[in-house]
Design a binder for this molecule. Structure first.
Ligand SMILES: [Zn+2]
Length: 249
């Protein structure tokens, strides 16, 4: 598999980094993982969005989902493609997105995007990818996604506070794409629905992953510090998901 970071900024795009979005490619299959603000055009520069095998939206916050409407426009009113494209979302997201699009009844929105609501324990196969979903602890429902292709495994947290399920889902992954919004030691006032870099390192060690890639780092944090703090807990390879980076898995 090849993972390309389209954007990785936490909560908001910046002038140099879109919000969360990733392109995953394997053997002619392509998948867009999270549709954060600014990532649709980065995706379209690399592949034809109309030929995607699937889209995965970890949760319905705008920094992970807003550019889904870019794909909707492209498919419904623009160059189009092989429709409908499966879109894996959390429970309730179909109605939420549909309401924004004004998509009642037989609206074209539902002809171009095939929403599939999934959660803990659900599985799916799209293109050459096998997917399994877990649930994280976040302010809204968030799916952890485990993807296998070509005998290799990628696990993506989406947004997540600390929970045992993260290490269980990441077990033995070749690449663990883990949010690390925060730095420093957790204390009573630390936001419960995101991870610190140190916690990302702890989870990577417990899950015995091959490569820890830190993403969703706050724009107020120096990623080099995040990598250093994660390295205090994890001996393996650690990278920062800088926008534009490609990782071979
Ligand atoms: Zn986020």
């Amino acid at each position: 598999m090849k993972l390309t970071v389209l954007g990785s900024s936490a909560g908001t795009p910046t002038r140099t980094n879109p919000a969360s979005g990733y392109l995953l490619e394997h053997d002619g299959s392509t998948m867009w993982i999270d549709a954060g603000t600014g990532t649709f055009m980065r995706l379209a520069e690399r592949v034809d969005p109309g030929q995607l095998d699937a889209v995965v939206i970890s949760h319905v916050h705008v920094d992970h989902a807003s550019d889904l409407f870019g794909l909707y426009g492209y498919l419904a009113y623009g160059p189009s493609g092989h429709v409908p494209i499966p879109v894996f979302v959390t429970e309730g997201a179909t109605e939420l997105f549909g309401n924004f699009a004004g998509a009642t009844g037989e609206h074209v929105f539902h002809h171009v995007l095939d929403f599939r609501e999934v959660g803990r324990g659900d599985t799916a196969e799209v293109g050459s990818f096998a997917l399994r979903f877990g649930a994280s602890k976040h302010a809204v429902a968030n799916n952890i996604t485990r993807i296998v292709a070509g005998g290799k495994t990628l696990v993506y947290t989406g947004d997540a506070g600390p929970s045992d399920e993260l290490a269980e889902m990441a077990d033995g992954a070749a690449l663990f794409l883990c949010e690390a919004t925060l730095i420093g030691e957790r204390h009573a006032q630390t936001y419960p629905f995101h991870l610190t870099a140190s916690e990302a390192g702890q989870i990577a060690a417990r899950a015995n992953v091959g490569h820890l890639v830190l993403t969703h780092i706050s724009h107020t944090v120096n990623p080099a510090q995040s990598v250093a703090e994660a390295a205090e807990r994890f001996d393996g390879l650690i990278s920062y998901a800088a926008p534009g980076t490609e990782f071979d898995i």
